[in-house]
Design a protein around this ligand. Structure first.
Ligand code: CP
Ligand code: NVA
Length: 312
């Protein structure tokens, strides 16, 4: 599998085989790191980390993943550079492309990360936009594989803000990898019809399924229940409205019981607002797997960099 020189902007751009390749590469890098073995794949490479929004996991994953493989990571926060304010995205991209070998971007607009890729000429990795969060999905898939030994055929239910970056990206990834994927959300927070149609086409090819519903009974038989914050970064002013809409969709003991299954796991991309999208009780019950998922951000992000930019 050769992904050298490719950008990682949305999972739409990757085949199921390419997605599985990155998940499996991450598992291999993880096993090696546990034995104290790190690589040199990014030796001599410099990467820029542009963050318009805050981050714990994604920032640390790119930094540590890069350093583990012998590269250098440079953090460029919102106050550090002029991106899109005093300098156009196109010009900043052309400058960074002359100096860096790869660029991570976290921010608001998907258009910005696409422009960075177009004008920099180096691999660009999407560390979250309003629309998508593709690196998170690789960590979620690695975690599901560790738990269940497979992806295809698993029933994954995303509960909450069904039109945010996590819901969108999980739907794309799940559709490509043959999962039975459900978005459980109030109608006003459903994903766009256009994206649902695209994902239904992917699911037809993979043998997966896509269901969008507001009926809590849809959690029946779920292998994993996934949730995310009710107000994504930049939407903090919507808190009152979202609490009113989403309180019936809180992941609590009652909702977990509706799966009718013993082995269902709970996943969360984090950070979590306990008492809102998930109760403290459920969060703590599944904390081991949730923090495996958080750790897996690092192994999977490392895999994306090694696959697209690495020497071996
Ligand atoms: N899950 C995730 O992207 O976490 P951070 O916002 O801490 O990067
Ligand atoms: N939907 C969340 C994800 C955080 C990782 C946000 O965009 O804030």
């Amino acid at each position: 599998m050769n992904l050298k020189g490719r950008s990682f902007l949305t999972l739409k751009d990757f085949t199921p085989e390419e997605i599985m390749y990155m998940v499996d590469l991450a598992a291999d890098l993880k096993a090696k790191k546990k034995q104290g073995i790190t690589g040199n794949s990014l030796k001599g490479k410099n990467i820029a980390l542009i963050f318009e929004k805050p981050s714990t996991r994604t920032r640390c994953s790119f930094t540590i993943g890069c350093i583990d493989e012998g590269g250098h990571a440079e953090y460029l926060g919102r106050e550090d550079i002029q991106l899109g304010h005093k300098e156009s995205v196109e010009d900043t991209a052309r400058v960074l492309g002359r100096m860096f070998d790869g660029i991570e971007f976290r921010g608001f607009s998907q258009d910005t990360v696409e422009k960075l890729a177009k004008y920099s000429g180096v691999p660009v990795w999407n560390g979250l936009t309003d629309e998508y969060h593709p690196t998170q999905i690789l960590a979620d898939f690695l975690t599901l594989k560790e738990q269940f030994g497979k992806l295809a055929g698993l029933k994954l239910v995303f509960v909450g803000d069904g039109r945010n970056n996590m819901a969108n990206s999980l739907m794309i990834g799940a559709a490509k990898m043959g999962l039975d994927f459900v978005i459980l959300a109030p109608k006003s927070l459903w994903p766009t019809a256009g994206l649902v149609d695209t994902c239904k086409e992917y699911a037809q090819e993979s043998g997966g399924g896509i269901t969008i519903t507001d009926d809590l009974a849809a959690v029946a038989g779920a292998d994993a229940i996934y949730t995310d914050v009710w107000c994504s970064m930049g939407e903090e002013d919507k808190a009152a409205e979202r609490i009113a809409l989403l309180s019936p969709y809180q992941v609590n003991a009652e909702l977990m019981a509706k799966t009718g299954k013993e082995g269902t796991i709970f996943l969360h991309c984090l950070p979590a607002v306990k008492g809102k999208e998930v109760t403290e009780e459920i969060f703590e019950k599944y904390a081991d797997v949730v923090f495996d998922e958080a750790e897996n951000r690092m192994h999977t992000i490392k895999a994306v960099m090694v696959a697209t930019l690495g020497n071996q």
